[in-house]
Write a protein that binds this ligand. Sequence first.
Ligand code: GDP
Ligand code: GDP
Length: 441
Amino acid sequence: MGTMPPVVVIAGRPNVGKSTLFNRLAGRRSAIVADTPGVTRDRKDAEAMLRGRLCRLVDTAGLEESAPETLAGRMRASSAAAVAGADLILFVIDARAGITPADRHFADWLRRQGRPLLLIANKAEGRATESALYDAYALGLGDPLAVSAEHGEGIADLMREIAEHLPPERPDSEGDDSAPLKLAIVGRPNAGKSTLLNRLVGEERMITGPEPGLTRDAVAVMLHDNVGPIELVDTAGLRRRARIEAPLEKLSVGATIGALRMAEVVVLAVDAVEGLHDQDLQIAKLIEREGRAAVIALNKWDAVADRDAARRAVADRLETSLAQMKGIAVVPISALTGAGIERLLPAVRRVHGIWNTRVATAALNRWFEGALARHTPPLVEGRRLKLRYMTQAKARPPTFVVFGTRAEQTPEDYRRYLVNGLRDSFDLPGVPIRLQFRGTT
Ligand code: GDP
Ligand code: GDP
């Protein structure tokens, strides 16, 4: 979990050899290669290791079935979603057939997308292709790389070029399983945050430690569970507040947001004796707004008289008031006695994994087709919305983009329908889900 390889999209008109190239790069004979142009095939996704860099390859072949009149229009419509999520585009032309008007139109459009791009002249085995290579320069997409996907010529050089054009490996925790998970504990004053922190760290010294000052604030509190390190962020702020705050002090929204921004996962400590307070929901909404994953620690469980009633009340309140974080884990604990604590970090790990989820484009669009069929997009100003493709633009939190004609006019209730469907179908509880809409013309 946690890895997000860069996305390499193979685009070009039908029959130039995209699927053949995909197979060659993916090292498998998985895509169906066909002699008939435009044969309907699923878009293929595969992870490939190219020169030591893991990437996700996306083959856009077979996307040319639907709608617009011109070939170039069809290519554009069908590739828009894939191209929008691309870290690198491989634009393939057929060096035997030469550059066609459709290639030129598509090249113009691709250039306007402003994505890193490599121009690939395929079917360049032998020597009969030099005039096509010359024409390819004129596309204004840089030097064409001559390859033969079928015969494997030029593929090693191409792999090196791809690896060099991928975005640099991220220096932060993203995609690195050994980097600590960044965790913050937030909640209302007196919910038991400091007690919980102490319980997790297992020592009293964190809170009663050195005198106030810069060095103390810089101390990182590191835990280890059976998966790896967990860094508790903003513990300095937590300690400071714990010392100064009188129990009745108001929630400090500014400090809470500060903690959220440093964290990947947030534990929202709630006083179970008091139940879910408006302020707790206010914090949960901040967590959603900041795009963080969350777990609710229902603290002081030892002091709750009617546990069934307490559990039900919290569930009801979440259901009615926090639909944006549907399915959020609620873990009853006693920070004071330690009861239930062993279930907290596993819940944190689980939601961190969900937060990092990447859904394969093919699976996403299979689902999307079904969702559109089950519940037809509504009319907007008398005209039906035409939603076409969906792609996951990023993770952390899962962020999806829907493409279609006037897609940006999609009304709120239909957006909600799609978000709920995504959450259920791809099992994404307890994290915010972002859904964006982009109109294609
Ligand atoms: P796509 O529609 O762009 O995915 O193209 P395909 O991968 O299905 O290939 C279309 C046709 O071109 C097939 O008959 C392939 O065998 C052929 N082809 C693919 N790569 C090469 C190549 O490097 N050289 C030659 N001569 N033919 C190729
Ligand atoms: P903070 O303001 O959120 O950091 O809360 P503290 O950790 O300072 O705790 C506030 C009060 O609640 C203290 O008196 C704690 O002893 C008490 N408390 C914290 N956790 C529990 C718990 O699990 N059970 C009970 N009964 N009391 C707790």
